[in-house]
Design a protein around this ligand. Structure first.
Ligand code: NDP
Length: 327
């Protein structure tokens, strides 16, 4: 079978190439899946490259998510022919992932492909889109409704999480303000449903003022760092920020003032270890709340051979929307 293999040499340098390998090299698992599609997330960029402290053993097959058809299963929940999706559980990091024609995984890690989605659409959503949906659900569970006077802010908007978050929020009737460092992407973001484009530089500068005017009803933040700190001070009274990513850095140079004086909530979003029931809930919501023509507009098709270059691009913040890798 064909797979993208990352190897590490004696000097600790990694290199990725497409190779033919025997199926006997597949790890042990309850379910063998014929992988049809995978995708490229920020974490994939790390795992295709240096490993980013995520990869345990080499040679390694990255790919933190995939969708495909069950070939055989020793677990009663799945049988040959079932369509399935996998995100998270450290697949593609600590375990072999989706950048191969077959994957062998634990049944607990899979979810059935939601009704109304193809395997290609599921990977156009991928971990990034699934996480965007988790963030929307978290904001709703903390009181966000579409009738708020201020827009919902989406940071890192042209990326995977940001693009899907923008499209879902707009489809649900929210006003969306999309933050981007790439002004050329303004039309793309407006087509996804953004009502307002905010230049990254406006929010990337630190301010000494812990509170500014109350601009946002909610926020889905893929960036972290200075931008998240700044946004906290601009939230409406009682509003919530879903912290999803760290594209701008892992630090949070903030004060606690927005929490104490405005009752702002900072909600952590993790997609990797989410319980099964939450996964089903999120995938069902994706199938109903994400307009498929918007998803189509985000797709950049790719093959296994394209992955080394795409992995480097996503780490530089140069990928727009969602890459769908046909395996
Ligand atoms: P992308 O690279 O597709 O998107 C990130 C976007 O952030 C870029 O497209 C860019 O958007 C913006 N950006 C990049 N660099 C900077 C910077 N230095 N300062 C400000 N903005 C920047 O990645 P994903 O959407 O796949 O992931 C986004 C983040 O979410 C990553 O940090 C990822 O690790 C994290 N993540 C977390 C998950 C979880 O479970 N919590 C799951 C999935 C992802 P623009 O050009 O429009 O400004």
């Amino acid at each position: 079978m064909k797979a993208l293999i990352v190897e590490k040499d004696d000097d600790g340098k990694t290199s990725a190439s497409v190779q033919q390998i025997g199926e006997s090299r597949l790890p042990e698992g309850d379910v063998t899946v014929q992988v049809e599609y995978s995708t490229v997330n920020y974490k994939d960029g790390l795992c295709i490259g240096t490993g980013g402290g995520l990869v345990r053993n080499y040679p390694h097959v990255p790919g933190i998510d995939f969708a495909g058809t069950v070939e055989h299963s020793s677990d009663d929940r799945y049988s040959a022919g079932d369509k399935v999706v996998l995100t998270g559980w450290r697949v593609g990091e600590a375990h072999w992932g989706g950048y191969a024609e077959k994957a062998s995984v634990k049944a607990d890690w899979l979810v059935p492909l939601p009704n109304g989605l193809t395997t290609r659409q599921a990977m156009a959503v991928g971990t990034a889109g699934f996480t965007a949906m988790l963030a929307v659900i978290a904001l709703e569970d903390h009181g966000l409704t579409p009738d708020g006077p201020e827009p919902v802010l989406v940071t890192g908007a042209s990326g995977g999480v940001g693009s899907v978050a923008t499209a879902i929020l707009a489809n649900l009737g929210y006003k969306v303000a999309a933050v981007t460092g790439r002004p050329d992407n303004a039309d793309y973001l407006k087509d996804l449903g953004a009502n307002q484009i905010v230049a990254r530089d406006e929010l990337n500068e630190t301010t000494k003022r812990p509170l500014e005017s109350e601009n946002w009803s909610g926020c889905i933040d893929a960036v972290g760092g200075t931008m998240l700190a700044r946004v906290l001070g601009q939230m409406r009274y009682g509003a919530s920020v879903a912290a999803v990513g760290l594209a701008g850095g892992p630090q949070l140079p903030a004060t606690v003032i927005p929490f104490l004086l405005r009752g702002v909530n900072l909600l952590g979003i993790d997609s990797v270890m989410q319980p099964y029931e939450n996964r089903l809930r999120a995938w069902e919501r994706i199938a109903t709340d994400l307009a498929m023509e918007k998803l189509e507009a985000m797709i950049q098709p790719a093959t296994l051979e394209d992955l080394p270059a795409l992995g480097a691009d996503i780490l530089k913040g140069q990928v727009k929307g969602r890459v769908v890798v046909e395996i």
